[in-house]
Design a binder for this molecule. Structure first.
Ligand SMILES: [Cu+2]
Length: 97
């Protein structure tokens, strides 16, 4: 029963795994807050003319050259703030439901 319940709860999420795009441009992350679910993919796209990165505890995109993207699958139900270590005023948040 417990397994069945877990399967029922898990399936809709897996079937509906979504992709979210965060645009890096004008020295900011847009949207600044991205709302996702565990299993979703977030794609950060650096459309700025500068190198940026996405960094938080245990999360490192590495430096993204202009035009580069970084895909990351949300592994857990844990919301967090992130920033660009090259420009610490650039901040974003991932809200995981
Ligand atoms: Cu930056």
């Amino acid at each position: 029963m417990k397994t069945l319940l877990a399967a029922l709860l898990w399936l809709p999420v897996a079937a509906g795994a979504a992709e979210h795009h965060v645009i890096i441009d004008g020295m900011k992350f847009t949207p600044q807050v991205v709302q996702v679910r565990k299993g979703d993919t977030i794609v950060w796209e650096n459309r700025d003319m500068f190198v940026h990165n996405v960094t938080a505890a245990g999360i490192r995109s590495g430096d993204l050259q202009p035009g580069k993207t970084w895909r990351w699958v949300v592994p857990a139900t844990m919301s967090f703030d992130y920033l660009c270590t090259l420009h610490p005023v650039m901040k974003g948040r991932v809200e995981v439901k």
